[in-house]
Design a protein around this ligand. Structure first.
Ligand SMILES: Nc1ncnc2c1ncn2[C@@H]1O[C@H](COP(=O)(O)OP(=O)(O)OP(=O)(O)O)[C@@H](O)[C@H]1O
Ligand SMILES: [Mg+2]
Length: 213
């Protein structure tokens, strides 16, 4: 489905990727690992078509992406960013449906309440997001990504500020919802506790991408 070759990605003098290659098949659950600063967020911004500022090629469903296709294919993605980026004057529910509202779409996934329940957030559905804890904000941003319409979910470190119990809940939810909605999931994580959930683990090593299992 996706075949990316990053010949060179640098920020000024700082080289992040050189001749890194990644294939993503439809329906896969892929974990991206690597030390802090190795380029995980950079990589998923490239995968999610948010960053085109690199030397290389991106093939999506057999089509080589130039500028003119990016907009069309970016719709395939839903994002959960490392920082939740919630809208402070909207409540939890309004934040979650925001990407759909922006696109003029309705909520088509019927189980939003189930998702919130699973994430232990149902009782906060109408709370203002300002009062939420860091871990609760993370879970709202995950629910927002899942309820959105993209078939490919790009997730940046969902368990970073969660305790082990909630980290487990979050990864289980991602795994279940991925099966339910036939999503492809590319997820950045530092944790080694959930490796059995992934189809593949890809590690960033000295600017290259290496399959580890
Ligand atoms: N826009 C930018 N301009 C300059 N340097 C950048 C930019 N974005 C990222 N970097 C640098 O590139 C490197 C890789 O950043 P990136 O955010 O991809 O790392 P990461 O693997 O996601 O790290 P973490 O685990 O801490 O989130 C870092 O050294 C970062 O400071
Ligand atoms: Mg990062």
């Amino acid at each position: 489905m996706i075949h990316i070759k990053i010949k060179n990605k640098s920020y000024g003098e700082l080289n992040i990727f050189n001749n890194a290659e990644l294939v993503i098949n439809e329906g896969e659950f892929i974990a991206i690992k690597g030390p802090s600063g190795s380029g995980k967020t950079t990589l998923i911004n490239i995968i999610g078509m948010l960053d085109q500022d690199y030397e290389g090629t991106y093939i999506f469903d057999g089509i080589s992406l130039g500028d003119k296709y990016i907009k069309q294919y970016r719709k395939s993605f839903s994002y959960m960013f490392q920082t939740p980026f919630l809208i402070p004057y909207l409540n939890v529910y309004e934040n979650i449906i925001m990407p759909l509202v922006n696109k003029g779409l309705k909520v088509t996934k019927p189980d939003l309440d189930n998702i919130l329940k699973e994430l232990n957030m149902l009782d906060k559905k109408y709370s203002n997001v300002n009062i939420l804890s860091g871990g609760e904000k993370t879970r709202v941003s995950l629910a927002r990504a899942i309820i959105s319409d993209g078939k490919i979910l790009v997730i940046d470190e969902p368990t970073g500020n969660l305790d082990p119990t909630h980290a487990d809940i979050v990864i289980k939810s991602i795994s279940r919802l991925r099966n339910l909605y036939n999503l492809t999931v590319i997820m950045v994580t530092h944790s080694n506790n959930f490796d059995h959930y992934y189809d593949r683990i890809v590690k960033i090593e000295r600017g290259k991408l290496v399959d580890v299992n």
